[in-house]
Design a protein around this ligand. Sequence first.
Ligand code: XMP
Length: 514
Amino acid sequence: MNQEKVIVIDFGGQYNQLVARRVRECNVYCEIYSYKTDIAKIKEMNPKGIILTGGPNSCYEADSPTCSRELFELGIPVLGLCYGAQLMMHVLGGKVEKAPVREYGKTEVFVDKTSPLFSDVNETTICWMSHFDYISKAAPDFRIIAHTADCPVAAAENQERNLYAIQFHPEVLHTQEGTKMLYNFVRNVCGCSGTWKMDAFVENTIKEIRDKVGSGKVLLALSGGVDSSVAAALLSKAIGKQLTCVFVDHGLLRKNEGDEVEAVFGSNGQFDLNFIRVNAQERFYSKLAGVTEPERKRKIIGEEFIRVFEEEAKKIGAVDFLAQGTIYPDVVESGLGGESAVIKSHHNVGGLPDYVDFKEIIEPLRDLFKDEVRKSGLELGIPEKLVFRQPFPGPGLGIRIIGEVTAEKVRIVQDADAIYREEIAKAGLDHSIGQYFAALTNMRSVGVMGDERTYDYAVALRAVNTVDFMTAESAEIPYPVLQTVMSRIINEVRGVNRVFYDLTSKPPGTIEFE
Ligand code: XMP
């Protein structure tokens, strides 16, 4: 690839992918590399700019991640963020030490607008700070270009050498003008033309898949959700019938979904690929019988998935690659994306058993956020209806049924969810809400219906708005819509006598219930 590229050097911070994503939003191609990457390799890539990320360490400690002085002598513009900023100052002769006051959260920052980094930025601007250490003295030949009440060097620059250091996090949306600052760096300082688009991702990925796969056979775990569908389309464009999609109906799908998926991807559908549907409902229910612990449920469903694939692979013959529609939030929340702690083991990622009967895994969407996956889906010509389909987790209704999963509970949650989706669509809200679904709580309570006492389950309705699924707010659904949904569920779904609406944002809640 001889396109313009900015590289992000990863020092273990939690927002690293966000940095890359914001750069891509400036229409500049971006890749992330470990801080251990050889300087010769960096030179060879010939990036237009380098961004050093944040990280949890103290740069003055002996075994902390570091970089060589040479990185700043390549003549390539460098922007250090948080730990990256401190490291730049430390390596170039400034002073970093424990801050007398820890800054955390939204902070007022006073910037010098004459710096190219802050062109068009307000003189006083709100930024997101999160640091224990601070730069007490900028490196020689650096000019201080921002400060806060507690932080004398909130940003510093050496304009001649195109070196910039900022203590706060421009990549986080809480930094009100952060995207502008990153834009200023990649477009104005690095001189990137901003011609990169999502279709370039699609094109490059298709090429990469072809190179990697050669004449090999690929098996894809197709769930019919947005992620695996986009992965299927990418792979079918790249390698056509070398791809076999196995669609496992684990009995934890939404109502009628199995048939809908088959209609789109099966032999009468629009894609050129081999499609196999495996009806494995009973197998999953029996494995899940009596299991209530969420992580165990996830692991069981994930492992059973892989077992089914292995069996299918054996039937097909030699299969070289297993492809999956894993996207970036799955990776980071499973603790595989650097230093972040495990929040949930997403199936497809953390749930992968040690022994897998394939040569290699291909995850073409691993670096993308959900909205980027959708954009690539449109680039690939997948129908809008499918691209904007509600996200659906791999473990399916298994993690929307709190506690033990049974066929009866699956029926309840499927029916309740179908009613909810129908009413949301009728109210014209289906495109404005990020994700919405019904879940089955493990709570039963007393109610009255007709003249009879009932002792039935409570359904929880969830609806959230989110940009990237890492954070989310509960959506404001008009009360009359909620009332209609409640009354239909109570009347039409046997076994339910109460309906709740979940107001929790993420964090502290997650979007799914388990
Ligand atoms: P959480 O519950 O982690 O959900 O806030 C964030 C987004 O990810 C989806 N999700 C999953 N997707 N496999 C998937 O493919 C999984 O195991 C999984 N768990 C959650 C969830 O629906 C939401 O869109």
